[in-house]
Design a protein around this ligand. Structure first.
Ligand code: PLP
Length: 379
């Protein structure tokens, strides 16, 4: 089959399954609202949980650095701002070292790719992010998945014999379900089996825990490998791996993602330093977000779609079929609320959903408007 035929067939299959993905052109976006196709909406699909992406000090930070690093960090791309950001992140999160990556996707690929060798095994939560599961699938290590947030299922998989090393992978707060991993029990099981734990806290960092230090801090757990990303609550983009000295040295020597890729722009590192400062002092923002979450959950209790056991900013409504999820999303849009429908393969078949995200930028009346639209749509 030629590339063209293969592509045409795949596209046709996707279209037929109501699975067509479309980028929408967003004209304006201030986290609370967005403008698209000439209309203004309340915006409930942003991961900018604290509204920092347009924060004046973050913008000012961005203006203080060069727009390009000019080289990989191993050549001449590693600046004072990168070093300062790494040092502050490590100190804040209680690790010896932090290493910056260009994105969370790249960080996860780099980590899994570098660590997992033949004979090793990766035991990952079934719902772990695509960047983790894809990477795991591409290593020579065996990939086994455990039932979502199920420590018994993890323990069972850990009990089977393995000649190599074990890498256990989970998320702090799950991106499509919004629930939290039982990190203490997972860390204990992993440690008992002599494994290392990787926690991807993309949705917890900045949002939960003292000073926004994230899910691990909140649950009193220190995994060997912690990934934090900056495209969500930090309001910028990029990621960091938190680890010990030997691991950081190993990555600097051997990670191709670090060696053969241009370092993060200094402007971005500078903006991230400002964002980190806002997050550390961001108790009022986190409180506003928690209030919004509670207001939403209280008001959504009577709806016909199941709410997930989520205390986080991610409050999905499970609709089921793709077509129904799309129709509900369109119905909400007509009522002025922008909520994306998330369909398989991003989520398991039959669990298409509205992924509602709440932020500190929303006002009480915004949450009420969304609830009213949902109750109207429920008829
Ligand atoms: C968003 C996300 C990533 C990817 O991070 P980027 O910086 O956007 O590449 C990785 N893991 C999880 C759990 C995420 O939600």
């Amino acid at each position: 089959m030629s590339f063209s035929t293969r592509m045409a067939e795949a596209l046709e299959t996707r279209r037929a399954a109501d699975g067509w993905r479309q980028r929408r052109l967003i004209a304006r976006n201030d986290t609370r609202t967005l403008q698209a196709e000439g209309k203004r909406y309340l915006h409930f699909s942003s991961n900018d949980y604290l509204g920092l992406s347009r924060h004046p000090t973050v913008i000012a930070g961005w203006r203080q650095g060069a727009p390009g690093a000019g080289a990989s960090g191993h050549v001449t791309g590693y600046s004072e701002r990168h070093a300062e950001l790494e040092a502050q992140l490590a100190d804040w999160l209680g690790y010896s070292r932090a290493l910056l990556f260009i994105s969370g996707f790249a960080a996860n690929q780099a980590i899994v790719h570098l660590l997992a060798q033949k004979q090793d095994r990766i035991i990952a939560d079934k719902l772990a992010h695509a960047s983790l599961l894809d990477a795991a699938g591409h290593t020579p290590a065996a990939l086994r998945r455990f039932h979502h947030n199920d420590v018994e299922s993890l323990t069972q998989r850990l009990a089977s014999p393995c000649d190599g090393e074990t890498l256990v992978i989970t998320e702090g707060i799950f991106s499509m379900d919004g629930d939290s991993a039982p990190l203490e029990a997972i860390a204990a099981a992993s440690r008992r089996a002599g494994g290392w734990l990787l926690v991807d806290d993309a949705h917890g960092i900045g949002v939960v825990g003292e000073q926004g230090r994230g899910s691990c801090w909140q649950q009193g757990v220190k995994p060997e490998l912690l990934v934090v990303t900056f495209g969500k609550a930090f309001g910028v983009s990029g990621a960091a791996l938190l680890c010990d000295d030997a691991t950081a040295d190993y990555f600097l020597q051997f990670s191709r993602h670090l060696i053969y890729s241009t370092a993060m722009p200094p402007a971005q590192a500078s903006a991230l330093l400002a964002a980190l400062h806002e997050i550390q002092g961001g108790d009022a923002l986190r409180q506003r977000l928690r209030d919004n979450i509670q207001r939403f959950r209280r008001g959504a209790a009577g709806l016909p779609w199941a709410l997930m056991p989520s205390e986080s900013a991610i409050q999905p409504l499970i609709v089921g079929e793709n077509g129904a999820a799309l129709a509900l999303s369109q119905r909400l849009a007509q009522a002025g609320c922008w909520v994306s429908a998330i369909r398989p393969p991003t989520v398991p078949p039959g669990t298409a959903r509205l992924r509602i995200t709440l932020t500190a930028a929303h006002r009480a009346e915004d949450i009420d408007a969304l609830l009213e639209a949902l109750h109207d749509a429920a008829g």
